[in-house]
Design a protein around this ligand. Sequence first.
Ligand code: ATP
Ligand code: ATP
Ligand code: MG
Ligand code: MG
Ligand code: MG
Ligand code: MG
Length: 278
Amino acid sequence: MANSKFEYVRNFEQTDSLLPNTWIVVRVDGRAFTKMCAKYGFEKPNDRRALDLMNAAAKAVVTDLPEAMIAYGVSDEYSFVFHKSCNLFERRASKLVSTIVSTFTANYVYSWPICFPGTPLSFPLPTFDGRAVCYPSLQNLRDYLSWRQVDCHINNLYNTTFWSLIQLGGLDNKEAERILAGTLAAEKNEILFSKFHINYNNEPEIFKKGSVIFRDYELVDPDSHAVALEMDDLAEPLQQSKTQVEKDKKKRAKARVVVEHIDLIKDEFWDKRPWILS
Ligand code: ATP
Ligand code: ATP
Ligand code: MG
Ligand code: MG
Ligand code: MG
Ligand code: MG
């Protein structure tokens, strides 16, 4: 097939490689999940089965692509982080995004019957969109993840109060919206507590914080310089030799992939797990 007269059409392909030496975030988001919620009767505000399913699909992506350093999920979205030195698919945006979206979607559909036994899928099937964004500094990347987690908190506090007013308070959507318009977080907490005896702090962590997926090595004491893993193996990724890269890849591929509901905004998570972004 080489050198056929048709081959020139390859030159129409546009290069779309992402800026080198930047952190890549690929975010997938469910298409028209507001309708999906109604169609499959998701519990409001948080259907645990649907969250477990998102986590199962995302865990499969992280397991399948050892280059993914960490992933964060809330609602119908998941963000996958790739190291600034990552060269997967030569950093081609369309290859990265399409592979992640299809791996995620395939696993979502595959795991559906496990999370929703007795509720078969029907058309239209669940689908996801995806995008890739580059973040030039570690601070930008941390801020990105903090942004998603703050969003999770703000939406969850609103939704928990909104649905309590409806499900427990007997209001309709419009009345609940009116009561919540312009309220601060403290006022929502107060409504939950005084009207419904709900202490927001006691709500499940998965609802309040979302889900974090990463490879679990041994925890590091942030105050000591002794590091559990041979950290020098992971340092200076841009100068790593080929064999070193291969060694790291194998190590990552072998590590246990875990799902936790934990704060990513403060330093503690990162200080205890320096390998995640090293
Ligand atoms: P788009 O295609 O533009 O993304 P969408 O309807 O999916 O449209 P989103 O902004 O992504 O809009 O919102 C997702 C919707 O799905 C929200 O209303 C959210 O509350 C709901 N949702 C997602 N996951 C769950 C869940 N586990 N339990 C209950 N509701 C959920
Ligand atoms: P990549 O991930 O880079 O695409 P790949 O292994 O999928 O790697 P392709 O160039 O896409 O590489 O080639 C697809 C391979 O699958 C070829 O070897 C092709 O012969 C084989 N293949 C695809 N469809 C069929 C089919 N229906 N029957 C037999 N072999 C097939
Ligand atoms: Mg969207
Ligand atoms: Mg959506
Ligand atoms: Mg969404
Ligand atoms: Mg192929």
